[in-house]
Design a protein around this ligand. Structure first.
Ligand code: KG4
Ligand code: ZN
Length: 342
């Protein structure tokens, strides 16, 4: 297949993302529907509502993407979909649509690992990193440091033993009365915070390995909220301290990962990668040691279809797609299971 056109479908959690990526040409179109408003009143993602909403939006988003890219269904050469990890019902929606369409169009499917999508998403930007690099994956469900030697060559260097960094942001935000998901809102509140008024713990900062722990932070935030009058300034001060604690740990461990691997390129992917303070801290520290940090464009930091279409295109260069359409999903899926020989 010469320069295949790949349709990407993301539906692992609370964003429905569709995208068209063509090898040799790049990203032609991507469309997205976020369910944040839908889940807001429940303070978190309600899986059943998420699945139904993916059903409602996937095909209209596909039509819109085709219209933007000026392509028709018949132009599609392969369909990549998020096979896992994620919410079962939500994954099943994307998998069903991908396989039904692929069967009808007589094209192969590629089941993509959601984190591989995040991991490779900075390659969609210009300038893009080159292999090998260290990746810091920081999303609502995962906090991992990986060594990436190529597509499908991932070595786990360290990960969170409990809450993910995004979860730590979201739980702290909730304790401060902010809406779900609170990461970006907490960052906004922290802008007015007084540096140093509160000092929150940085678990495992000196553990000597590259693992993280964030579950103690929410207890510390809770105690700070309970012990103080919660005027706007105090809430901003606590938000500032929470962000500092999370960013400090992420930056220190990411730097150690560069030191241990001897690599000088750091890729930051996942929703928390949108955090401005984290970006400033990492940029300064990595530049100081002669390295460089790469981020996906802001719109590709959180979940989207473009990263799935792109990861699908990369994998299609290395292996055949599936043509039996007896799909399954993998709600739990270790990224290292993906590794394949060159
Ligand atoms: O990668 P993502 O969109 O979804 C998952 O696969 O989990 O990441 C979502 C996470 C949420 O926890 C959200 O609060 C966090 O990313 N996030 C942020 C910011 N923007 C999104 N956290 C801190 N600062 C931000 N600016
Ligand atoms: Zn994600």
């Amino acid at each position: 297949m010469n320069n295949p056109l790949i349709l990407g479908i993301e539906s692992s959690c609370d964003e429905t993302g569709l995208a068209l990526y063509q090898a040799g040409q790049g990203l032609l179109a991507h469309t997205l529907h976020s369910q944040i408003a839908l889940h807001n009143e429940y303070g978190g993602v309600v899986p059943e509502l998420a699945s139904r909403d993916h059903v409602r939006h996937a095909l209209p988003l596909l039509r819109q993407a085709l219209y933007i890219a000026k392509r028709s269904l018949d132009d599609i050469d392969a369909i990549a979909f998020t096979q896992g990890p994620g919410l079962s019902g939500a994954l099943l929606v994307g998998a069903s649509i991908a396989n039904a369409l692929a069967y009808t169009l007589d094209v192969p499917t590629i089941g993509v690992h959601h984190l591989e999508g995040h991991l490779l998403s900075p390659l969609l930007s210009d300038p893009a990193p080159s292999f090998p690099f260290v990746a810091l994956l920081v999303s609502g469900g995962h906090t991992q440091l990986m060594r990436v030697d190529g597509v499908g060559q991932y070595t786990l260097l360290g990960e969170s033993v409990d809450d993910a960094a995004g979860e730590a942001f979201d739980k702290s935000a909730k304790l401060l009365g902010l809406d779900y998901p609170g990461g970006a809102l907490l960052a906004q509140l922290a802008q007015n915070g007084t540096p140093g008024r509160f000092k929150l713990p940085r678990p495992m900062l000196h553990s000597g390995d590259l693992d993280f722990s964030f579950s103690g932070l929410k207890t510390a935030v809770l105690l700070s909220v309970q012990k103080n009058t919660n005027d706007d300034q105090t809430r901003a001060d606590i938000a500032h301290a929470a962000q500092e604690a999370i960013v400090d740990v992420l930056a220190k461990k990411a730097l150690s990962a560069l030191g241990q691997t001897g690599l000088d390129q750091l890729v930051v992917a996942g929703g928390v990668g949108a955090n401005k303070t984290l970006r400033e801290r990492l940029d300064a520290a990595v530049t100081r040691r002669g390295g460089r940090v790469f981020y996906p464009d802001l719109e590709f930091c959180t979940d989207n279809g473009a990263m799935i279409a792109f990861a699908g295109a990369m994998r299609l260069q290395k292996q055949e797609g599936q043509r039996d359409y007896r799909f399954n999903i993998k709600p739990r899926w270790d990224l290292q299971e993906l590794n394949y020989a060159d």
